[in-house]
Design a protein around this ligand. Sequence first.
Ligand code: TXA
Ligand code: MG
Length: 315
Amino acid sequence: MTDTLRLKASPRGLARAATVLQGGGLVAFPTETVYGLGGDASNDRAVARIYEAKGRPSFNPLIVHFADLATAQAYVHWSDMAQRVADALWPGPLTLVLPLREGARLSKLVTAGLDTLAVRVPANPVARALLRAAGVPVAAPSANRSGRISPTRAAHVLETLDGRIDAVLDGGACDVGLESTILGLAGKPTLLRPGRVTCEQLTDLLGRPVAQRKDSEQISAPGQLGSHYAPSALVRLNAAEWEPDEARLAFGPVESCDLNLSPTGDLVEAAANLFEYLYRLDATGAPRIAVMPVPHVGLGVAINDRLSRAAAPRN
Ligand code: TXA
Ligand code: MG
């Protein structure tokens, strides 16, 4: 593979990125959650290259991104429940899994053989401009090698994918910092991955309970892979005190640490900082990263989900 183009989110950079996508190339682009590794979802070769660039097991299906709701609806069987959550939360950090529409022009590799499709309309203005300009459905997993930390900066993308993808569109830091919440609506509403949109919010919107997927259940979400979002250093959770060889990641008011997710204990700020700080502490070369407890409420559920995967036993 040749060099990865660095593109700015200027009109020229966007036009160039759109052309690369239309030509079957791979472009990493910012969304409000994390950077995505985009390819034309209707092009088998482009989708195959996404799996190859990530080193991702091919049974793990991809989210397809659209510029607006109307375009997304052409690919799935829409429902009242989908309408209710999309009205309230799209564009935004929420992915819906819905029955795939027969005859939808998508590569079979996108769904990995499932009869459902994960669809998302992101809110980030650079993402929306790119999707509009490209005019193709864009399959995009997080733009990192499989199992590594998700990227919230263009530099993170280059750390694991430089030379493996055609271009990266630099739109600065991602606001949310955690991957989208995934809500399964192909059967009874099920939270497949926690994120900024919480289970409580979805329950309120739908006016009915939202089941929580257990990790032991066989469903195609990243949770089925024990270790995920992992830095090179080992990760120790719920640290009450620090040990000498550890990089120290704090939450809330503390006297000494290397980095603090949020000195004031703000979960939104902590989520936005999480992956960037794991990248930075990993770069210090410390053999272990110790992380203080993060309260398991609201957005803390999603933060703890990512932290426990980072700390899971490695294969
Ligand atoms: O915030 C995000 O969602 C980012 C940005 C780029 O949009 N994307 C992202 O993609 O996190 P990825 O591939 O890293 O995680 C998407 C997860 C996959 O692990 C997959 O298991 C699940 O979504 N998924 C995709 N299609 C599915 C389906 N039909 N049924 C159940 N889960 C599905
Ligand atoms: Mg990912």
